[in-house]
Structure formats: structure tokens, C-alpha cells
Design a protein around this ligand. Structure first.
Ligand code: URA
Length: 277
């Protein structure tokens, strides 16, 4: 029987740690729906098949740790360029991917996933794309952005003059949330160490956050995604650009115009121009 209140508190903190509580959750805001008209000149092609995606399922609200929960402070990301060789980056990403494949920090996700979806692409990419979380196709194939949203993303990548393999592509979460619900704040916090490690290893100059879940989680922001567009934020030493999620473009083709403007904004900052057709 614990009678000393400090001892009782210490015991509760220890219990939470044993239960896997290591992070304070982030605030989560869902995608807004502003949609300017489609430009005649947008190079982002229409989706070939467009069955309506299922309506977005509201986030499951998970019990948050109490305000006095122990906080694992997030290590700062370096602000100077990485000196890791390509081979070192490959090895570190491969080791991290092995660790992630065994992760059980989020009990529900670990119990329902087919596999973890770590990330793919160039370990020395200048540009990293960060999405929200794997969907059903990604969960099956083990690779981010391989479903309909990914196919549209591939067309955007091509319109920029790149190939998928030039970039590094990952998500806020490495497991599929059941029913494609939004990641809970606890899940995003649990996965954050892996995302930060991927950013540290790849060390991109630019990060593109696709959609409000990516933008709000990475930047610890609550500003609507429409207001985060067309300006630079900073994460570590990377310049961060936020734009609409490709799934949103599938539902709202008019949003392709602002996304293309965002891509041109990125290319221009990189001193590049989109290829002429
Ligand atoms: N949507 C995402 O945000 N990420 C994926 O990997 C696939 C769809």
C-alpha cells in the first residue's frame, strides 16, 4: 500500500514507462477543403479511374497520458550537412528498417498491420516526401505511396522532371491505421523517432509535407494546410514545404493547380525549372 504521495507518483510514472508511454502527443487537425478552379495549364493529369474514395473516418481518440506523463525530449536534428557516405546511409537505413519491422509501440497497429512500411528511395536524396500513413495497398506491398494516391504522386514527380528513385519517400506513420483512419497523436509520437532518424540519415535539403497530417505533425503546427502552402518552414537544416495530399487531389481535382504551384515554388528554390513537355 503506497501512502507517500511522491512515491505513489513515482510508481505511476514507472508504470506508464513500462506500459510504453514515452512521448507527449501532438495536436491533430484534419485536411481543409479550399479548392480553386482547375487551370488549363496544370500538368498534373486527371486520375484515369476515379471511384469515390471512402469517406474519411474520424480519428479514434485514444486515451492520452496524463499531463504529468514523463516526456522523452526529442533530440535536435543537426543543422549542418551530414558527412555520412552512401554506404553508411544504406547500412543505417537498413538497420533502422529492421528495428521498425519489429516495433510494437502502437499495440493496435502492430496487431493489425501486414507489415511495416518504412520508406523508399535515394539515401542521399535532396528532396524527401513525407505523407501521412500507409493505406491498404502500401500495407500489402510494404512501400509508401503505391496505391491510387501514389500513382498520382508519381505523375507529379514526373512533371517535376524527377523519377521516384531520385527522392526519399516515407510517412509520419510506418504502420497502416485500421480503416485508414487518421494517425492518433500517440501513434505519431511513437513513430517520430523513426522519422527523425530517417531525416537525420538521408539529410535532405528539402522536405515536402503532403497534407495536413504530415505538415502538422512534422512542424508541430495547427495552421490549416492552405495557409502553410507557398512558404518555407524549417526542420533541422531542411527547408520544408507543405502542400495538399494526393488523396485530396483525387477527391478535388481543382486542387491540382495549387499543388503544381507548390511544386514550381520548390523547383524555383532549388534553381530548377519543370521540363517542357
Ligand atoms: N497516403 C499516405 O499518406 N501515404 C502512403 O504511403 C499512401 C497513401
Amino acid at each position: 500500500m503506497l501512502t507517500d504521495p511522491n512515491r505513489a507518483l513515482r510508481q505511476r510514472l514507472a508504470d506508464w514507462q513500462l506500459a510504453g508511454v514515452t512521448h507527449v502527443p501532438h495536436v491533430e487537425i484534419t485536411e481543409p477543403v479550399p479548392a480553386p478552379p482547375v487551370p488549363a495549364s496544370s500538368p498534373i493529369p486527371p486520375a484515369t479511374e476515379r471511384p469515390s474514395p471512402p469517406p474519411e473516418v474520424p480519428s479514434v481518440v485514444e486515451p492520452s497520458p496524463p499531463a504529468s506523463s514523463p516526456v522523452a525530449p526529442r533530440p535536435e536534428l543537426p543543422v549542418s550537412p551530414s558527412t555520412l557516405s552512401l554506404a553508411e546511409r544504406e547500412t543505417q537505413l537498413s538497420n533502422l528498417s529492421q528495428t521498425v519491422s519489429k516495433c510494437v509501440r502502437c499495440q493496435e497497429l502492430a496487431a493489425t498491420r501486414t507489415q511495416t512500411v518504412f520508406g523508399v528511395g535515394n539515401p542521399e536524396a535532396q528532396v524527401m516526401f513525407v505523407g501521412e500513413a500507409p493505406g491498404a495497398d502500401e500495407d500489402k506491398q510494404g512501400e509508401p505511396f503505391v496505391g491510387r494516391a501514389g500513382q498520382l504522386m508519381n505523375k507529379i514527380i514526373e512533371a517535376c522532371g524527377w523519377q521516384r528513385a531520385d527522392l526519399y519517400i516515407c510517412n509520419i506513420l510506418r504502420c497502416r491505421p485500421p480503416g485508414n483512419r487518421n494517425p492518433s497523436p500517440d501513434e505519431a509520437a511513437n513513430c517520430r523517432e523513426y522519422l527523425d532518424d530517417q531525416i537525420r540519415i538521408v539529410d535532405p535539403d528539402y522536405i515536402v509535407c503532403w497534407g495536413s497530417v504530415a505538415a502538422h505533425n512534422l512542424l508541430d503546427e495547427t495552421t490549416p494546410i492552405g495557409k502553410l502552402r507557398q512558404k518555407w518552414s524549417k526542420y533541422g537544416r531542411a527547408k520544408v514545404l507543405c502542400t495538399y495530399h494526393p488523396s485530396y487531389l483525387l477527391r478535388n481535382p481543382a486542387a491540382k493547380k495549387p499543388v503544381w504551384e507548390d511544386m514550381k515554388f520548390l523547383l524555383s528554390e532549388m534553381g530548377l525549372e519543370p521540363p517542357t513537355a
